[in-house]
Design a protein around this ligand. Structure first.
Ligand code: ATP
Length: 692
């Protein structure tokens, strides 16, 4: 598979696949159709398998005839493959060899300026870096990226997306979803490009629609969750109604829970946020969504629920008691389950399924025990009964597919998919996948699952691209044109270490953010109403703890979150309160988030009335743990990257926690900008520039 991007228009090539849409809005190559232009010929697939659709757009210049003038490569345009290859180099060696090996980049050494620190106050610098820009104007591009349409307007989105819906209308959506979307996102809400594509491809209006495999790929904060939740929930609802009309009963299962949809996510935090988000779409259309981390079981109490209380309630539910759902009569007490693959495996096989049982007195080689999971356990103490039946699963969503199918995690993800296939009567073989890029890809290993599979990701690293080529050659790939770019509304800034205490440099920049906020109250036409929140990403947990202690000592209240953090065990997202975007229920009367001018001007607050960062935490410090998928509150306007990003994939996800859904944001990258060792920071800058 290879992808080529050009500055004015996107063109993609998918070797061995059918290219469905590509280089300009009206041109597409389909199946056995004969290509006319040289470009189309080069895109002609070798076989007619697979489908690719990219949100395409009007061509701004007439097509050329004959030999074209060779244009210099635009460094701001990155292809899937180039990014993936670069990432592979970075992650395999663990350091930035990419730049040093490339004479092209060594030639263009940027002038030695002490970035931002000194020059930020100069008006020419501010203008050149577009530092005083109005983000609200940019947010329109969230719906309507310039590459998609030339003049704006939903009808043109529809035209350029070739038949894809340009509105959330009923039909194709059930009226209940349209109401929920308008309540949640404002009356003028329009689908983002990836949502338009998903509405075109993933709705079961087509009589020939059988089990399909899809990839939804678009930049961070572009609305992929709605892009898969709407078709998932609507198709399940319609299937339920059709089965009821035909008097069909669900497949029998011995387990109490028999969902028809499963959503896999890499962390508990993301699972909880996704399940709450799905529930907020289901006020009118009634379906039951359950988070496998058990954080959403109702207790009727306002206080936090302990894990044991939740477990007791859950057990009650399993026995058909008077929990949230009635198991005994209802064949589908749960329609959709959301969880991490490990947690869902636990529900399928019973708690303790992956623990090796070691008998009293048995001699064990400690090196054979896997990371503390194998314990001396007595049967019945650790093991529990399986709860989840898989016979009725029709849809599986793999969110953040590049993580869940990466060489470290794919064993459990793929065994879960294989278990579902087996339970549905179509077992699939599970071969080990070559992890090294040098190993040959297996041939004829296409997997056909007996359910719809939707993979979503904001990045396609080389390992995922290889995996998809080998096992999912017929995958329908839906991509947005800004994939592998930073969101448009996200600005970048580089800050040089002063050479002294790095923690003090970070503190200084944090205080500067708040000073700018306070200044805006007096000077700006659009003053802030509370101080910005800041998300700081470190590479190591020890650094998180150290920085947190330093800032606390300096009177900056903060939340430090590492993978081993005690707060994570609670079974709720309470520890992220104030940082995650609150999920709006239909009864909420909060104002619309759809970008539109406010009806009445917001009354500016006096500087003293802004929130107090020494009392309420305005800073969250974490590692890449929270960089995936979580929808942070728009009050997080700054993401600080204080350690050199491990690779650009990681960088895109960290930076993408701000500047979401067309909101303004800024990613501040710290590095050594002067003297020995500053080439690393220059490397990073070059690479980040390619993503902007
Ligand atoms: N059509 C829309 N109009 C306005 N806001 C939207 C729209 N679709 C989604 N959003 C909002 O955009 C935000 C980001 O959406 P979402 O979390 O689904 O992004 P994502 O593409 O999954 O990002 P990531 O790759 O980081 O997981 C959410 O708050 C969501 O409510």
């Amino acid at each position: 598979m290879a992808f080529f991007f050009t500055p004015q228009n996107t063109c993609l090539r998918l070797r061995n696949h059918r290219l469905l849409a590509g280089f300009h809005s009206s041109a597409s190559v389909q199946g056995s159709q004969k290509p006319r232009s040289r470009l189309a010929k080069s895109l002609q697939p070798e076989t007619n398998r697979g489908t690719l659709e990219v949100a395409s757009f009007e061509r701004s210049s007439p097509p050329h005839h004959g030999r074209a003038e060779r244009k210099p490569v635009d460094p701001s345009v990155v292809s899937f493959r180039r990014l993936a290859r670069r990432d592979a180099v970075l992650s395999e060696t663990g350091k930035s060899t990419w730049n040093k090996e490339s004479p092209r980049f060594n030639k263009e050494k940027p002038a030695q300026t002490n970035e931002v620190e000194k020059s930020e106050d100069r008006p020419e610098y501010r203008k050149e870096k577009n530092m005083d820009y109005d983000a609200s104007a940019e947010s329109e591009e969230f719906y309507n990226p310039p590459v998609l349409v030339t003049t704006g307007g939903s009808t043109e989105i529809a035209a350029t997306l070739k038949g894809a819906p340009g509105r959330f209308n009923s039909p194709p959506l059930l009226p209940g979803f349209v109401t929920a979307l308008k309540e949640m996102l404002g009356p003028d809400v329009r689908p983002t490009p990836i949502q338009s594509l998903s509405m075109k491809w993933l709705f079961d209006e087509n009589p020939a629609f059988e089990y399909n495999q899809f990839l939804l790929a678009s930049e961070t904060g572009s609305g992929k969750s709605i892009a898969y939740l709407l078709p998932l929930l609507q198709n399940i609802k319609k299937a339920e109604e059709a089965a009821a009309a035909a008097g069909q009963a669900p497949k029998p299962s011995s387990r109490p829970l028999n969902p028809r949809g499963i959503i896999l996510a890499p962390t508990h935090e993301l699972s909880r946020q996704l399940s709450l988000f799905a529930k907020s779409l289901l006020h009118d259309v009634k379906l039951r969504v359950m988070c496998a981390s058990r954080a959403n079981t109702k207790t009727g109490k306002s206080k936090d629920v302990s894990a044991s209380e939740m477990a007791a309630q859950f057990d009650n539910l399993m026995k058909g008691g008077d929990g949230e759902f009635s198991v005994s009569k209802d064949p589908h007490p749960v329609d959709v389950v959301v969880g991490t693959p490990m947690k869902i495996m636990e529900m399928i096989k019973g708690r303790g399924w992956d623990r090796k049982e070691i008998q009293e007195g048995e001699e064990v080689d400690p090196s054979s025990l896997r990371r503390g999971r194998d314990k001396m356990v007595g049967f019945g103490k650790w093991k529990s009964k399986p709860e989840l039946g898989l016979e009725n699963v029709e849809w599986v969503i793999v969110d953040e597919a590049d993580v869940l199918l990466d060489p470290d995690f794919q064993e459990v993800t793929r065994s879960l998919l294989a278990d579902i296939s087996e339970a549905r009567g179509h077992p699939v073989t599970l071969d080990p996948f070559p992890t090294s890029a040098a190993e040959k890809l297996p041939e004829d290993k296409e997997v056909e699952y007996p359910f719809n599979l939707v993979l979503t990701s904001a990045t396609i690293p080389s390992s995922l691209a290889r995996y998809l080529d080998a096992y999912h050659p017929r995958l329908i790939r839906l991509a947005s044109p800004r994939l592998h770019h930073l969101p448009k509304t996200l600005q970048t800034e580089y800050v040089g270490w002063t050479g002294g205490n790095k923690n003090a440099d970070i503190e200084k920049r944090v205080r500067k953010v708040w000073a700018e906020d306070a200044l805006s109250v007096a000077t700006s036409e659009t003053p802030v109403t509370s101080l910005s929140k800041i998300l700081v990403f470190c590479n190591k947990s020890s650094k998180v703890v150290e920085l947190s202690a330093y800032l606390s000592e300096k009177g900056i209240k903060n939340v430090a979150l590492t993978s081993a953090g005690e707060e994570r065990r609670r079974g709720s997202n309470k520890h992220l309160d104030g940082f995650l975007r609150p999920i709006r229920s239909s009864s909420s009367s909060a104002p619309s988030r759809t970008p539109s001018p406010p009806a009445t001007p917001v009354e500016p607050l006096a500087p003293g009335m802004l929130s107090d960062p020494s009392k309420d935490a305005h800073v969250m410090i974490t590692t890449s743990l929270l960089s995936r998928g979580l929808d942070f509150d728009p009050s997080i306007k700054h993401v600080f990257i204080v350690d050199e990003p491990r690779n650009m994939i990681d960088f895109l996800h960290r930076a993408g926690r701000s500047g979401r859904a067309g909101q303004a944001g800024r990613v501040v990258i710290f590095g050594k900008t002067k003297g020995r060792g500053s080439d690393k920071a220059r490397d990073v800058k070059q690479r980040v520039r390619a993503l902007v």
